[in-house]
Write a protein that binds this ligand. Structure first.
Ligand code: F6R
Length: 616
């Protein structure tokens, strides 16, 4: 999704902006652009469809120095990917340039008013409308200097509906960038002799670790040696400087060919981190005191509703099953976008858990706000403790997965599952879960990192299976109980990066229609843990084989019947039923990865996808 990096400095800024855009590439984009103000006072704008490298190749080879600039990677919402629709956009005077993340809902009305006032537009974007609107107020303003720009933004944004994070420059203000946000993230970076704005803290890492996560309606004015923060709203702005706690190589692939593979291999570490100091051996429970929710408030909960999108939703579906089976608490899941549209009733003692890797997904944030409005206790499960979601929820359980750059969620998903296992343990021990069962779960959790390592060691044999089936025109993923959501996740991973049509189903649904899809060219991936449902899962494999459908079985203990029926078997270590989802996820990720590799797909930047879906 769109990304912003802007900088005002005592040095040349073009290389910094291009490098910053490369750090934002993983978010997904279709075009890139920058606007710089040269030291001789010329506003230079370059925009190019395609990769940041195309933009870099398009820049003049020996340009005049420029110490101030804004830049952007665009993921098309209003208007197709093209040079003219790429940001930055200029106002009517051509002197004000603006980059924007988010969507302007009333852009059509605003555009009609501007057209009536004689404005001309060069793109189909909502952002150009915003640039013209700000420019109109700038021209009419009586203020001078930076105040003129902040005042014009304040006035323009008062009539804007929608979400934005934006950075604006004007030719007459050689040192100044003004940035503001509502509903989309924006981070201020405090560098040496320079200040920066970015939509993603990772893009600031090469320049500073001192950052300020701006709040909604904050408006900041930055120059190389100064910054100020005010509010567009009725309150005074409050902010604090945070230290970025990211490893310098957090955004590098190391020796792995893709971020996705690196992140799949980081999962044992991610799980260890998420368990560290959270397991309470003495009480056979989990330490969730850092949540800031008292045992009394957790004890009063009589229903859990879990909300998320995509993989986070599937983690939530698994989490709901974990909580119900361990804590005997009714728990269900809702697609975040549906929750916000459906006006769902919430009881007085509901806990609403919003799951989101980024903590910035527009639908998830809106759902959280809706739950808070209805008076529910809210908990954010996120990888980003400074995200909007974490800041707005009553409590946060941090995933501690480390930065996830690959567009397809991998280690964040597995960390979400382990966080839910901890939550189920803690809620279970607050209710009826016996001490010995709690301890058994703790011991099983502690074995996960080495068990995942042993599955990762099978990467080559999984690659061979992937190569055998990569030319399939479709794939089915089937699981029961706790593994039904994992079948959905397996199918999502496969379609996202291989572009093979894949669908996940509850195995019990096979006979109710899905079976029509079975043929010799459509493999079924069957999740068959060695549990009380094993004989049913073997029955499912029989039904598929009877129709000459190929079967890839994922199972734990050797089973002669599965071995003789299935076309390929992936064996994983045995664990408790509750943790089967975590171990079954790993081979599904590897299967998707190696299938995409065999098909020559752009694994870290799958077509049309964005890492963080911050627009509606
Ligand atoms: C799938 C994937 C998406 C995200 C979804 C929610 O691989 O990455 O389905 O899970 O867009 O994103 P977050 O978790 O950031 O809210």
């Amino acid at each position: 999704m769109c990304g912003i990096i802007a900088c005002t400095s005592t040095q040349e800024v073009r290389p910094l902006l291009l490098n910053g855009l490369r750090h934002l590439e993983y978010r997904g984009y279709d075009s890139a652009g920058l606007a710089v103000l040269t030291t001789s006072g010329h506003l230079e704008v370059h925009k190019k469809i395609g990769r940041v490298d195309s933009l870099a190749a398009h820049l003049p080879s020996s340009p005049p120095p420029a110490h101030l600039g804004i830049s952007h990677t665009r993921w098309a919402t209003h208007g197709e990917p093209s040079d003219s629709n790429a940001h930055p956009h200029l106002d009517q005077s051509g002197l004000l340039a603006l980059v924007h993340n988010g969507t302007i809902e009333n852009h059509a009305d605003l555009k009609s008013q501007l057209l009536a006032a004689g404005h001309h537009f060069l793109s189909e974007t909502d952002t150009e409308v915003l640039a013209h609107l700000v420019g109109q107020h700038y021209d009419a303003s009586s203020a001078s200097g930076p105040d003129r720009l902040t005042d014009s933004l304040r006035l323009a944004l008062a009539s804007v509906k929608g979400t934005f994070a934006l950075a604006v420059i004007h030719r007459d203000l050689p040192d100044i960038i003004v940035g503001t946000r509502r509903g989309s993230p924006l981070v201020l970076g405090l560098g040496r002799n320079q200040h920066l704005l970015a939509s993603d803290a990772a893009a600031l890492l090469p320049h500073t670790r001192k950052v300020i996560f701006l709040n909604d309606l904050d408006i900041t004015t930055i120059s190389p040696d100064n910054f100020s923060i005010a509010s567009l709203g009725p309150h005074t702005a409050s902010w604090h400087i945070s230290d970025l706690d990211l490893a310098p190589d957090a955004a590098s692939r190391g020796h792995f060919p893709h971020f996705m593979l690196k992140e799949i291999h980081e999962q044992p570490l991610a799980i260890s981190r998420s368990l560290h100091r959270r397991l309470d051996h003495d009480n056979a429970s989990a330490h969730l005191d850092q949540l800031g929710l008292s045992p009394a408030s957790l004890h009063h909960i009589d229903r859990v509703r879990i909300i998320g999108c995509g993989s986070a939703l599937y983690a939530g579906m698994t989490g709901a099953r974990m909580i119900e089976s361990t804590a005997f608490l009714p728990a269900d899941t809702e697609i975040a976008g549906e929750f916000r549209s459906l006006n769902r009733p919430l009881g007085n003692h509901s806990l609403v858990i919003t799951v989101s890797q980024s903590g910035e997904t527009a639908d998830s944030l809106a759902a959280l706000r809706e739950a808070r409005r209805k008076g529910a206790l809210t908990l954010a499960l996120t990888n980003h403790p400074s995200s909007s979601l974490a800041r707005e929820a009553d409590a946060t359980l941090e995933l501690l997965a480390g930065p996830e750059i690959g567009v397809a969620a991998t280690k964040s998903f597995v960390s979400q599952l382990s966080a839910f296992a901890l939550l189920a343990l803690a809620l279970g021990r607050l209710r009826h879960l016996p001490h010995h069962s709690g301890l058994e779960l703790i011991h099983a959790l502690e074995q996960l990192p080495s068990q995942i390592d042993s599955i990762l060691a099978q990467s080559h044999s999984i690659a061979a299976i992937a190569a055998r089936f990569a030319s399939s025109h479709g794939m089915l993923f089937l699981g029961r109980g706790l593994l039904f959501p994992i079948a959905l996740e397996g199918a999502l991973k496969m379609k996202e990066i291989s572009y093979i049509h894949a669908a996940g189903f509850a195995a019990s649904e096979l006979k109710h229609g899905v079976i029509a899809l079975i043929d010799p060219h459509t493999p079924s991936v069957c999740l068959c843990p060695d549990d009380s449902l094993l004989s049913k899962n073997i029955g499912t494999i029989h039904e598929i084989k009877a129709r000459r459908g190929p079967v890839i079985a994922i199972t734990s203990n050797p089973n002669p019947e599965i071995d003789s029926l299935a076309d390929a078997v992936i064996r994983i270590p045995a664990t408790l039923d509750l943790l089967q989802p975590i171990l079954h996820t790993i081979p599904l990720q590897l299967l998707a990865y190696h299938t995409a590799l065999a098909l020559g797909r752009d694994i870290d930047k799958p077509r049309n996808l964005a890492k963080s879906v911050t627009v509606d």
